[in-house]
Design a protein around this ligand. Structure first.
Ligand SMILES: Nc1ncnc2c1ncn2[C@@H]1O[C@H](COP(=O)(O)OP(=O)(O)OP(=O)(O)O)[C@@H](O)[C@H]1O
Length: 328
């Protein structure tokens, strides 16, 4: 018992936390405000963390999951992102699972068994906000909490809580009940949406108490934007194909506003000799998982997607194209 307490204390120090980062993730130093966020939640304080896409938000709850006993509950709106993060953590030997409508029934049962067990080995559990809103799941988590086994609640893409946000998800609004059911568990809200109205709404809706508010610069020197007006192009399809071909096979995501546009464009690009596939909520889970895996493993170069794909941030270079613009 004494050893456990002492080792937890040691890990709380800056050196201990950096060691965890190096040992498990291979990064030499914390970036931006990561360490501040980690220290805040480890000390039991709520935290609102605004970082740009790809800024390293996940580390702010993955390190606490390793530094302290108990489970970190991660609420995430996109199944593809959960699957991807859980697979990456497992590759690193970190016990993580996700629960969603797409999860295989016997894996679900195993996870629930683990939650009920006296000493769960699970470090991170990713769930959808829809699941958190169910009475059954809330009762399981409350039991975990009363046994002192809930370390932290991380609300990823927290702007989805806000009706002012561009991605509002009604079930996110119901997350306000977390504070009532689990009063002492720190909540970490993470987002890349900088609008002040949204920030205020997120903090109030999640009932964050005296949260540490952290904001990182959005200046990303490695990203550039280029706008091409569709109306000024002779042939928008061949312009796009040429751009993709000239990129030397760099993996790309093309975002479209409609599912049918994704299917059409993907068929068009395939005909032009580009290896690609469509990804949207109209496809079944098996197809979506296969597309995601093929893209991550570079079997296909391009995914033509709706926002259902989310914004993945692989370590390799990536090109993100939004729908071709029309003249203003
Ligand atoms: N301290 C660090 N040093 C170097 N690389 C890091 C560090 N922290 C995170 N990264 C890397 O940065 C990349 C993006 O991290 P992450 O996916 O957590 O970003 P994010 O902010 O959650 O992005 P999104 O907004 O897309 O959810 C990952 O490849 C991750 O390994």
């Amino acid at each position: 018992m004494e050893t456990t307490v002492r080792s937890e204390k040691q890990l709380y120090g800056d050196d201990g936390l950096v060691n965890l980062l190096r040992q498990h993730f291979g990064h030499s130093e914390f970036r931006g405000k990561q360490l501040e966020a980690i220290e805040a939640v480890l000390s039991g304080r709520d935290c609102f963390c605004l970082m740009p896409t790809g800024g390293g938000k996940s580390m702010c709850y993955q390190i606490p999951a390793l530094a302290k006993s108990g489970i970190v509950l991660v609420i995430s709106p996109l199944i593809a992102l959960m699957e991807n993060q859980v697979a990456t953590l497992k590759e690193k030997g970190i016990t993580a699972e996700y629960l969603s409508s797409t999860q295989i029934p016997h894996v679900k049962e195993k996870i629930y068994g683990e939650l009920d067990s006296g000493k769960p080995s699970l470090r991170l559990l990713y769930v959808t906000p829809e699941l958190v809103a169910t009475a059954g799941f809330m009762s399981k988590i409350t039991k975990l909490y009363t046994r002192g086994l809930l370390n932290l609640i991380a609300v990823d893409e927290a702007h989805c809580v806000s009706t002012w946000g561009h991605d509002f998800r009604p079930s996110y609004r119901k997350l306000s009940s977390l504070r009532n059911h689990l009063p002492d568990v720190p909540i970490l809200a993470l987002t890349a949406t900088a609008v002040p109205k949204v920030q205020k709404d997120v903090i109030e809706s999640l009932c964050l108490q005296n949260p540490l508010v952290l904001k990182t610069s959005f200046n990303r020197p490695n990203i550039f934007y280029e706008v091409r007006y569709k109306d000024l192009l002779d042939d928008a399809y061949s312009d796009l194909s040429n751009l993709l071909k000239s990129s030397g096979g760099v993996c790309s995501i093309i975002y479209c506003l409609e599912r049918t546009k994704c299917d059409d464009l993907s068929a068009h690009l395939s005909k032009a000799g580009i290896s690609c596939a469509a990804y949207h909520a109209g496809l079944n889970n098996k197809v979506r998982s296969a597309v995601l895996n093929d893209w991550i493993s570079s079997k296909i170069q391009v995914v033509v997607a709706t926002v259902a794909f989310g914004f993945l941030t692989p370590t390799e270079p990536i090109r993100i194209l939004s729908p071709a613009c029309s003249k203003p």
